[in-house]
Design a protein around this ligand. Structure first.
Ligand code: 13P
Length: 280
């Protein structure tokens, strides 16, 4: 299973960047930067972007990129709250999916995740789930407040769900942060100690300072999700080009402009993902 890559990352003190995408141009810009650094990369579709691309189309696009680039390009469904849609993605050939039952009752989250994990594992698909609530908005999942992951529950959750990776709420949030994010490193250490063999995922990557991302990777985070900054970079690239060419313009130059803006944003995060040379 190519997604075992997450466990390799855990053993090797690096993280895989997972980027929310809505267009082919974002995928190309991100894959180009990942290839320059020889880092595997995850292309994430939210429920709505999976439908926007077309579910089989997204799976196939990722497979084509995986063949075209020298690094692994992995397809992932992000924050899925609808089991039927998740199963459609599994059927269509996604490499990895996330079931997000974090807003409901603990026991329901366990039961549904477990049922989906059984299907995923039969098909060789990786499954991520979430415990605790991450503040902010990501697709259909919205919360004004965070509820930190309770470290006393993680071992039970991992064991009973058989998930492959766990998204944690440790002070991270979706969207732009209002102030400096306060990542709870002590809590991360406690979670890590309770589930030392599980890949951990940090959502809400946009705006977390590079040093905090690196520190969390050294402490066991193996996947970092970035979405808002990629969407903002896309729009910046569009506006910059149109500002210079309000009346004329060339389609390819326009695409180059937005790909460059996205590439720069993605690169800023990717440069934090490889901590193999770090002393601490
Ligand atoms: P940001 O949009 O805050 O980067 O978060 C993305 C994310 O966590 C997707 O699951």
């Amino acid at each position: 299973m190519r997604t075992n890559i997450l466990l390799d990352a855990k053993a090797g003190r690096f993280a895989i960047g997972a980027f929310n995408v809505n267009t082919y141009d974002e995928m190309i810009a991100i894959a180009d930067e990942a290839e320059k650094r020889q880092l595997p990369v995850i292309m994430m579709a939210s429920m709505s972007s999976a439908k926007f691309f077309g579910i089989p189309t997204f799976a196939k696009l990722c497979r084509v990129l995986d063949e075209a680039y020298s690094i692994p390009v992995i397809s992932h469904l992000d924050h899925c709250t609808r089991p039927e849609l998740l199963l459609d993605c599994v059927e269509a050939g996604f490499d990895s999916v996330m079931y997000d039952g974090s807003h409901g009752l603990y026991e329901d989250n366990v039961q549904v995740t477990r049922r989906l994990a059984d299907v995923c594992h039969k098909k060789g698909v990786f499954i991520e789930a979430e415990l605790g609530v991450i503040a902010g908005e990501e697709g259909p999942v919205k919360s004004k407040f965070s509820e930190f992951t309770n470290p006393d529950y993680v071992a039970d959750f991992v064991k009973r769900t058989t998930l492959d990776s766990l998204a944690v709420s440790i002070g991270n949030a979706h969207g732009f942060y209002k102030g400096k994010p306060e990542i709870q490193f002590d809590l991360l250490a406690e979670i890590r100690a309770n589930i030392p063999d599980t890949a951990l995922v940090l959502h809400g990557g946009t705006g977390i300072p590079g040093e905090d991302i690196r520190r969390s990777i050294r402490m066991g985070i193996t996947k970092v999700n970035v979405g808002t900054e990629i969407r903002a970079a896309y729009m910046r690239g569009v506006k910059d080009y149109v500002a210079v060419h309000p009346q004329d313009g060339d389609v390819r130059e326009y695409v180059v402009s937005l790909r460059e803006a996205i590439g720069k944003s993605a690169a800023k995060y990717m440069d934090c993902f490889d901590c193999r040379g770090d002393q601490k």
